[in-house]
Design a protein. Structure first.
Lengths: 110, 118
């Protein structure tokens, strides 16, 4: 059983559409990270959120950390083919280890 | 900043041989490095945590005699897959804990090593 549940597992949309990926847990996290991974490569850190209710924007990407620090979402506006990849959320509970969600495979069709 | 490299990127070996994978933090020092395994279309599975100058901590179910980890310096950790078998074929990824604040727990990942055991 994964500590972090990601949904949906797969998402295929047309270029220009918006999408949201969710990351939920019953546990409280001291910080939560979002990564994007392309095939055959390692994950790349997109953002870290640490404060309940925090919202961070990175160009067309908006990340939100739930008030209770148990969940997070990633919203992409006007998706582009370059946004295609595996999106992973990962939470830390105060120690050095990260617990990863199962990932959401996003495909943006041109 | 926060660049992690892995070598080799791909390795194909015969069953029974040992394979060493290197993980280096190029522009920062990493007290803690992590080794993950990833199967196709799945998430990362933590295998072990490596601390500089001390023994690695292995996750439940990971054989420490099978997967030897050495973290001899603040910029280098190695994973040796001993007597590799086809079931060890996988994508191995290392990461380094480069968080500015302890609470952040950010990890920076290497590009991964694709191991194929024939």
């Amino acid at each position: 059983t994964q500590l972090l549940e990601q949904s949906p597992q797969f998402l295929s949309i047309q270029e220009g559409e918006n999408l949201t990926v969710y990351c939920n847990s019953s546990s409280v996290f001291s910080s939560l990270q979002w990564y994007r991974q392309e095939p055959g490569e390692g994950p790349v850190l997109l953002v870290t959120v640490v404060t309940g209710g925090e919202v961070k924007k990175l160009k067309r990407l908006t990340f939100q950390f739930g008030d209770a620090r148990k969940d997070s979402s990633l919203h992409i506006t006007a998706a582009q083919p370059g946004d295609t990849g595996l999106y992973l959320c990962a939470g830390a509970k105060g120690d050095y280890k990260l617990s990863f969600g199962a990932g959401t495979t996003v495909t943006v069709r041109a | 900043g926060a660049v992690v490299s892995q070598h080799p990127s791909r390795v194909i070996c015969k069953s029974g041989t040992s394979v060493k994978i290197e993980c280096r933090s190029l522009d920062f020092q990493a007290t803690t490095m992590f080794w993950y395994r990833q199967f196709p279309k799945q998430s990362l599975m933590l295998m072990a945590t490596s601390n500089e100058g001390s023994k690695a901590t292995y996750e439940q179910g990971v054989e420490k005699d099978k997967f030897l980890i050495n973290h001899a310096s603040l910029t280098l950790s190695t994973l040796t897959v001993t007597s590799a078998h086809p079931e060890d074929s996988s994508f191995y990824i290392c990461s380094a804990d480069g968080g500015v604040e302890p609470v952040y727990n950010e990890q920076f990942f290497g590009p991964g090593t694709r191991l194929t055991v024939l």
